[in-house]
Each structure stands twice: as C-alpha cells, then as structure tokens.
Design a protein around this ligand. Structure first.
Ligand code: PEP
Ligand code: MG
Length: 760
C-alpha cells in the first residue's frame, strides 16, 4: 500500500469498502471500480473527515449549526441560514496543513495543471449514500488554484436552502451530515463511446461497441452516428463492423477547458475509429466489468493515446414489470368491495390506512405507508407523497399534477375518483390498484408488493436496453425523480418542466422575487436544473422555460395579483407570459447562463407554446440578451398549437435546433377538447388523424432543414404513437419513466421492420 492515504485526502486506488462513510456514495463507487482494476481516470477524495476538521479546527462549527437550525417552513429564515453558512465557510481560511495536503495531491495528479471535475459526495451517519446527494455542487474543468475554493463551495452547498429544507423534512440532523469531495482528472479523449457487455436485446455473449472521434458527449448525446462493432465475447473475434460517416466531434478547448463542437477533418470522416488492438482492450475491460458486477454493463469509455479509460459503468437496467404483473394477478373471484373508482394513473398496487388531506398543514399526519386521499395534489405535497404508499385524488386526469408526480416517484395512484375524500374515512384500511383505477376495502397484502419484491423489479435482469437509432429519452417534472429517470438508461431528458421548481416554493415568481430577491429566484432554478443535469451528464437535458397557467399560480402566495381569466388554457401562459414580462423571464434565462458557465453543456433550452417565428425570434433575442449565445447552445421550441405546426418552416429559418411535440396541448388545441375536462375525456385522442397530419408535416419540414424533432407529451409513451413517429422519421421520443423500457423495445421493432422492408 502507498503512504498517500495520510492527510486530508484518500486516493481512489486506496479506497476500500469500509471507507464509504469517509468518501460518500460517488467516491465509493469510483473507488470500487478502481479497486477492481478497472482503469478509472485518476483522482482523490477530500474526505468527509476533512470537512469535519475544517469546521471544528477553525471553530466555526457551533456558529454554523446554530445558523442553520431554523424553522424549515420559514423561507426567509432559510435564505438567511444559507447566506450565513456560506459566509462562514467561504470566509474562513482552510487550515494550512489541509490546504497544502490538497494542493500536493493535485500536483501529484498530473503535472500540476490538470483540468479536474470537482463533485460533492454527501454522506449521513445512517445513510451512506444520502438521498439528497445530487443537490450539492459539481464543478467541471477546474484548474490550478481555483481548486481549493471550489472544494469549499462544495462544502457550503451542504447548506443551501433546499438542502436544509430537505434534511429538516426527512428528520436528518445537520450535525450528522458530512460531505466528501471527489476530485478527478477530466479525460481529453481522442476517441470515445459506449459499450454493452452483452447483446442488449438477445443477451448473447456479444459485446457491442460504439465509437466516434473526440469526447464522449457526441456519442452519448447522439449528435454523431458512431461506428458500430460487434464482437463475439468467447472468441474475441469482431464479427461485424459498421463504419459511419462522422461529420462532427466534440473537443476540449485547450484554453478554457470548455467542450466545443468541431468538424471532423476530411480524412477521418469515413475512417474506422478503433483498430483491432483497441477493440481487444475494450473487450477485455467489458469482460472484467461484467464479471466484477455480476451483471451486464453499459459502459462509457474513452481512449487517450494508448490508454483506455472507463468513465462510468452501470447495469443495463430494466423497468418495473409490476404493471404487467398486476394486470395478470387479477384473480377476479375474491375481489374486495370497490369503494370508489377513477383513472389508473400510476401503476402498481398499494395498501394502507387512508389519510385525508384537505389543507397543507395536514401533511404532517401522513406517515410512512399511508395512502393520501385528497382533492388534488399540489407541489408542496411532494415530500408527503414520497412517504405515502399510494395516492387517490377526487379530481384530475392522466396529465394532472398527481398523475405526473406519482408516476415519477413510482407511487401507485388513482386520480379523478370523484368522491374519494367523501366516501373514504381517515384511518380506513384500503388497497388501491393504479392500473385498474380501483380502491377496495381492506389490506390486500397479497397484491401489494413488499418493498423487497418491488426492488426485485428494478434489479438488472438480462440485458434489455436495445440500441436504437431513434433516441429514447425520458420526461422529468420533479427534480427528485432525476435518479430514477437516469436509471432507465434513457438517452437524455426530453422535457424537464420548470414549473415544479417554482410552484414548490408556494409563491408566484413575482411574489418570490419580492420576498427573497432576484438572486434567490435564479438560484432556485439553477439548483433544480442542476440536480437533473448532473445526474444525466453528459446526456442532454432539455429544460423548458416556465409554462404554468394562471389558475395554478392563483393558488399560491401572490396568486391574488394574477389576471382573472375565463379560460386559462387559452390565456396568459408559456412564452406569451414570458414575452410580456421580460424582466421576470430574464431571471430564468440568467439561470441557463449560469448553468452553462458552470460547465453544464448538456443543458438545452426549450420555449413552450410559441405560435410563430415572431415569438421564436423574440425569445431567442432575450436569450442572447441574457448572455447565452444561441449559436453555441442548443435551443428549440415546443409544437403545441396548430399555428406553430403550420409555420414551423419559418421557425427553422429562425435558427431552432429542435422542435418537440407537446401532444397534450397540440391535441386539445387541434380538437378543441379541454385536456382537463372529464366530460370530453373520451374525445381527447392524440392519434386523431388531424393531430397526426400536423405532426407528419412538421417532421418532414424539419428534416429538410436539418432540425431535430421529438415528442414530449404523454402520447410519446403510447406504442401506436411510437410506431407512427418512427415511421415518419422522428429524431427522438421522450417517454414517462415507467414507459422508457417498453418504448425502447417498440422503437427497435419498428426500426428493424423498416430495415427489413428496405432490403426485401
Ligand atoms: C404538452 O403539452 O404535451 C406538454 C408536454 O406540456 P405540458 O403537459 O406541460 O403542457
Ligand atoms: Mg404543453
């Protein structure tokens, strides 16, 4: 063993299984890969103990914990706590010995000026991989002296308002929470790609490798079609090589460390990326990774000179089969009495005592395993929804808050049950079926899965992530769902809604800014987006600017100032509101600017409810005014109105990179059917020929202009829509978390059929 473990850091290659508490989940997983002999880029972890020593030796610990011991429902107090914690941590010098230890480790890492990634890895005493991880800071492309400051910023991020709030909600003591910081060399790849260690659709012992020039972002984000190699794992023989034309590549700018897109030099465009030697090295790696984890792996790799690196390895995951099982487990003979019926909005069966929630201050009474019964859920309810085993609402349809959030949380839900809050009583034991939409009397334990069985569903089974030419992405509406969403193996986030980040403050944007200031508002958005962008990095995350109708804002503090509208669906929402309130909108755009500045080059900007090129150009200009260069960043629009579909050509000319179908709105505006009105729910048909005609036209026009197309409405999770879109040539499909796996398979089937048809 080396002596390097002394001091404030632990090197990745010295980390063992009992260091989890010292290095946190992220650090431990990189350490495990390193320990297994997998070639992880070198790095070290500034241990949780160092953070402890820092606050204790400098004498700030007591002040710090006192400053953050506030009432978590008091947002002004939370803001003060964050500011004070930041002041204490950033304003206090690191003890010299510690600083020197870190500086020395950094110098050992390379020749002392390596670009490194600096990532927080939070830990708590009884929760080694704290679930609030991902909320703390990450910095990319850090170099030289900035490192020490960045580490302190990671420490300070343990005390953002959001983090304090979460710990309060989840009953964690601030004193018991620690934070480690991973410092790892960034890899400046000559070539990179992904590798599946078993055949992703058949499970055969075949290794599939995709490779392209430059950094992995190009392959992972799908902006270049990579070479494809199929290798027989037993003989090591390459049985199939498909060389693609590679027009662009991602490179690191030598000065700034930022990732930039460049054209591939003529002579490399059609050249084979990997030689036999490199393939052999990758195959060997794949074998070792699969052996070590005892499951097929989806590996991101990079090659610099002669060195092969593994950046990440994760199991090829599968999606919960619970919906299919629940559907077949319907014995039918000893059904309990159906108490109420609604729409099955989030699959699965849950049993527990009823907790009727009428007002927000009743949320405390919702305990672990209870079933929330309420008129309609609101963003403030999310912490309670997480504790609940199931959710039942009186109101709402398949695109309501309750439906979207419970699906993302993986909590079974029945929505639109009409009289649930009247028909059910507090404490009554019930079982709900989120597939059939029923609520029956009694605890039907046999049907409700134990937690262990539930986990068995998401444990990796045989390799099932099929590779598809059409990208399959995932929709995210609450940042808390980012981890689950990333586990699906989706190619990125096709829609990250910003609404929840703002509505969950329980204030309208205007009121929030009035109470806490512009800075806090911007930070609220940055924090919300960053958790997701980090979880998916470098896979792209398409973030949509605010689109909440006035009736949703009306329920919040400050809602009294909202315009009164007869028909909010046709009113002051989406880009209309943003263009009309450029000052408020500028804060959202400032959040994007900061995210880009931090290195989140996987973030994309999407404008909702545009009607024509004029809307698009005005929004684009505001983006530019906010300091984001629309030429350098990917941005685009939602196609949600017939007008936008019919004028998409002029939007292409205005420079959009993508157009994404919001079929929830496109359907309601094409058919004149209110998406929230249960009286006409049977007429809400996303597959109506009128809707499909608009979609087909848009895809064709966009293809002519080299603009990517996508879908991010609910219909993207429906097989019929998937078949239609793939046949029309859509670039990507974004589905609900629980539908990603099925959509991947459906896309694969359609693509294979298209291929077969073309050769027959
Ligand atoms: C849509 O309209 O399809 C969409 C995805 O946006 P939202 O559901 O948020 O209106
Ligand atoms: Mg919409």
């Amino acid at each position: 063993m080396t002596q390097r473990a002394e001091g404030p850091v632990l090197w990745l290659d010295d980390i063992g299984s009992d260091d989890l508490g010292a290095v946190g989940g992220k650090g431990a997983s990189l350490g495990e890969m390193t320990g297994a002999g997998l070639p992880v880029p070198p790095g070290f972890v500034v241990t949780a103990g160092s953070y402890r020593t820092f606050i204790e030796e400098t004498g700030i610990a007591e002040d710090l914990f006192e400053a953050v011991a506030v009432d978590t429902d008091d947002s002004a107090a939370l803001a003060r706590a964050e500011a004070r914690a930041e002041e204490l941590i950033l304003g206090t010098e690191m003890p010299e010995e510690m600083r020197q230890g870190i500086v020395d480790a950094y110098a050992d890492l390379d020749d002392g000026n390596a670009f490194v990634a600096v990532r927080s890895s939070a830990t708590a005493e009884d929760l080694p991989d704290a679930s609030f991880a991902g909320q703390q800071e990450t910095f990319l492309n850090v170099q030289g002296e900035a490192l020490v400051e960045r580490i302190k910023e990671c420490w300070a991020s343990l005390f953002t308002q959001r983090a304090i709030y979460y710990r309060g909600e989840q009953g964690f003591d601030d004193r018991n929470v620690d934070i480690a910081v991973v410092v790892q060399r960034m890899v400046d790849a000559d070539k990179s790609g992904v590798m599946f260690t078993s055949h992703p659709s058949t499970g055969e012992p075949k290794i599939i490798i995709e490779a392209a020039w430059g950094l992995g972002e190009a392959v992972v984000s799908g902006s270049v079609s990579p070479d494809n190699y199929v290798v027989d794992r037993e003989t090591g023989e390459t049985v199939e090589t498909t060389v693609a034309e590679k027009k662009v590549m991602m490179e690191k700018d030598a000065e700034t460390g930022e990732t930039v897109e460049r054209e591939v030099p003529e002579d490399k465009r059609e050249a084979v990326v990997l030689d036999d030697d490199e393939i052999a090295k990758l195959v060997e790696l794949g074998r070792r990774a699969e052996e070590h984890y005892d499951a097929p792996q989806d590996v991101e790799w990079a090659i610099v000179g002669d060195d092969v690196y593994m950046l990440q390895s994760r199991p090829i995951t599968t999606i919960s089969e619970s919906s299919a099982e629940a559907a077949t487990a319907d014995g039918g003979d000893d059904e309990g009495e159906v108490l109420v019926r609604g729409l099955g909005a989030s699959p699965g069966v849950a049993a527990g005592p009823v907790r009727i929630v009428r007002k927000l201050d009743q949320l405390d009474k919702v305990g672990e395993g209870d079933v929330i019964v309420t008129e309609m859920t609101t963003p403030d309810m999310v912490p309670a929804m997480k504790r609940a085993s199931g959710i039942v609402t009186d109101e709402g349809g398949m695109t309501s808050h309750a439906a979207i959030v419970s699906r993302e949380l993986g909590v079974p839900a029945v929505v639109g049950a009409g009289t649930a809050t009247e028909a059910l009583s507090d404490g009554q034991e019930i079982t709900i079926d989120g597939d059939k939409g029923t609520v029956v009397a009694g605890l039907r334990e046999k049907e409700a899965k134990t937690e262990e069985e539930d986990h068995a569903d998401v444990r990796p089974q045989n390799p099932v992530k099929p590779m598809t030419a059409t990208e399959v992405k995932v929709n995210v509406s609450i940042p808390e769902a980012a981890h689950r969403a990333a586990q699906t193996g989706a190619d990125g986030v096709g829609l990250l809604r910003m609404e929840h980040m703002i509505l969950s403050t329980n204030k309208t944007p205007e009121r929030y800014i009035a109470d806490h200031g512009e800075e806090a508002y911007v930070e609220e958005i940055v924090e919300g987006v960053r958790g997701v962008a980090d979880e998916f990095y470098p896979r792209p995350v398409r973030v949509r600017t605010l689109d909440a109708p006035t009736d949703e804002f009306r329920q919040l503090e400050g809602g009294g100032d909202e315009p009164k509208e007869h028909n909010p669906m046709l009113g002051y929402r989406g880009i209309r509101r943003s263009l009309d309130r450029p000052d408020t909108f500028a804060h959202e755009l400032e959040a994007f600017r900061r995210l880009f500045e931090m290195g989140y080059d996987n973030v994309e900007v999407m404008f909702p409810l545009v009607n024509d090129a004029e809307d698009v150009i005005r929004a684009r200009n505001l983006l530019e005014d906010a300091g984001v260069d629309p030429e350098k960043r990917r941005w685009g629009v939602m196609i949600e109105t017939p007008a936008s579909a019919l004028t998409v050509e002029s939007m292409c000319e205005a420079g959009i990179d993508f157009a994404s179908f919001g079929t929830n709105d496109l359907t309601q505006y094409t058919l004149a059917v209110d998406r929230n009105n249960e009286n006409v729910a049977d007429r809400f048909d996303e597959l109506h020929p009128g809707v499909l005609a608009l979609i087909g036209e848009v895809i064709e026009t966009c293809r002519e202009h080299d603009v990517a197309t996508s879908i991010c409405g609910q219909a993207g999770s429906k097989p019929e829509m998937v078949r239609f879109l793939v046949n029309e040539g859509v670039s990507s499909i974004s589905a609900n978390i629980d539908a990603v796996r099925d959509v991947q398979h459906e896309v694969k089937r359609v693509e294979q059929k298209l291929l077969l048809d073309s050769v027959r």
